[in-house]
Design a protein around this ligand. Structure first.
Ligand code: PHE
Length: 447
């Protein structure tokens, strides 16, 4: 087995390049499409409070752990765990993550494809030919070919960028797209807040219903969303961190990433909920919120055509910058294992992942009978990833850094050394994350 790391590895050109790429990875469909519908279904502000606590006490510590493990090993997910502890089978965590990324990107590429379809329809004006968006959406996704084509376009774009390498591909695209995306979400939030009746949206998002804190399903939803939005548990930050020079302070970088991701989610919430409430619509629409409710709303708003182009453009750009990071996880692993060029590995994996996504893409037509209960294949992928795979991967990473690595190593490799902050970090990894998630799982699945 080739576990040496003697190839000359690429590195990020600068600290800001790594930061932008990492925020680009974290901020994606999760912050806009998923955040809005999950918050909408789980009572808004109550969900938000639990979500923010999960981000701070569980998410941030795991981002620090992932970057530390990757930066220290300067290698892919499997190699990094093996390097960190050659005596125990922690590398299985890396292996599961590499495989998990096939499913995540398979499903993610489908929703990214929908976003692209809507973006192009908004640009061409085709989106305004109807006012029945239920029909527009179900007509689109129930076709046996069209959704797959849009998915293929997004996957091709992802493969093209990742094949270009860390600096020339991933870093360059993030450097261009991230400032544009931040500006768009800012404009959308300001616009939405100026609509009549916007205040109801703010109340929904920021005034918790204290009774709802006793519902276990809200906790599971918040944990799932925190993991999905940050993109932790699937060694994404570990893999990106492996291209980081050894001189940067990890806790500082990780905090910036987490704050950036959270701000983008909040801004997306500010862009969506005031507008939804201002038009007297319900936020609890499920995954179709962005694709059925919002277009209807854009049609009614002054300047809505432009707003729609900006909104769906934002979705496409944010999705792409996340797709790059998900693909990089298996790419880094298979480049080392096969010794093939980045271009060959990226193209082959892109193809396999595209095929993995097809059942989700056609879950509304050809693969409809394969759904389980109420959920179609896409929803099964999403549920399994967010509520099972990511939390389990994240907890395994927390347990490794908190217990498996040993206190002295963990503190030294993360750059905390002996201060109080390092103790708090370890405490979160060792106790808060694992216990909180175990409790939420037991209460949600057993009672
Ligand atoms: N964090 C990304 C988003 O919010 C999605 C993602 C999930 C990325 C899992 C990597 C891993 O859209």
């Amino acid at each position: 087995m080739n576990s040496t790391n003697d190839q000359k590895r690429e590195q990020w050109a600068s600290r800001s390049g790594f930061l932008l790429a990492s925020i680009g990875s974290a901020a994606g469909l999760g912050n806009i499409w998923r955040f809005s519908y999950v918050a909408g279904e789980n009572g808004g502000a109550t969900f938000l409070v639990i979500y923010l606590l999960c981000i701070l006490f569980i998410g941030l510590p795991i981002v620090i752990a992932e970057i530390s493990i990757g930066r220290n090993a300067q290698g892919d997910a499997v190699l990094a765990f093996r390097h960190a502890d050659p005596d125990h089978p922690w590398y299985i965590v890396g292996g599961v993550a590499v495989l998990g990324c096939f499913i995540i990107l398979g499903f993610y590429g489908v929703v990214a494809g929908w976003s692209l379809k809507y973006f192009v329809s908004a640009l061409s004006g085709h989106l305004w030919a109807t006012s029945d968006y239920n029909n527009f959406f179900s007509g689109f996704i129930s076709q046996p070919l069209e959704p797959v084509i849009w998915q293929a376009v997004m996957m091709t774009a992802t493969v093209t960028v990742v094949a270009g390498g860390i600096q020339k591909g991933i870093e360059t695209v993030n450097r261009i797209l991230m400032p544009i995306l931040a500006l768009i979400v800012f404009i959308l939030a300001i616009y939405s807040l100026t609509l009549d009746g916007a205040g109801k949206g703010l109340t929904f998002l920021f005034r918790p219903d204290w009774n709802a804190f006793s519902k276990p399903s809200v906790y599971i939803a918040a944990i799932g969303q925190a993991f999905f939005s940050l993109g932790i548990g699937m060694t994404i930050f570990l893999t990106y961190g492996a291209y980081l020079p050894k001189t940067f302070s990890i806790p500082g970088i990780a905090s910036t990433i987490v704050v950036g991701d959270t701000l983008l989610a909040l801004l997306a919430g500010l862009a969506i909920f005031p507008a939804v409430f201002s038009f007297g619509l319900s936020p609890a629409q499920g995954p179709e919120l962005a694709f059925i409710t919002l277009p209807g709303l854009f049609q009614l708003m002054p300047g809505g055509n432009l707003i729609a182009v900006l909104f769906f453009g934002l979705l496409v750009g944010a999705a792409l910058t996340s797709m790059l990071s998900i693909l990089e996880v298996p790419v880094a692993y298979f480049i080392r294992k096969t010794g093939q060029s980045r271009r060959t590995v990226t193209t082959s994996l892109g193809l396999v992942i595209f095929v993995v996504g097809i059942p989700a893409s056609l879950g509304y037509s050809v693969f409809k009978p394969a759904g389980i209960g109420e959920r179609n294949i896409l929803e099964i992928y999403d549920y399994t990833i967010s509520n099972l795979l990511l939390p389990l991967g994240g907890i395994a990473t927390a347990l490794f850094a908190g217990w498996g690595w040993g206190k002295a190593q963990a503190l030294a490799k993360s750059g905390f050394h002996e201060g109080l902050a390092g103790q708090v970090w370890l405490f979160c990894l060792r106790f808060i994350g694992p216990i909180f998630i175990a409790l939420a799982f037991f209460s949600a699945y057993l009672f």
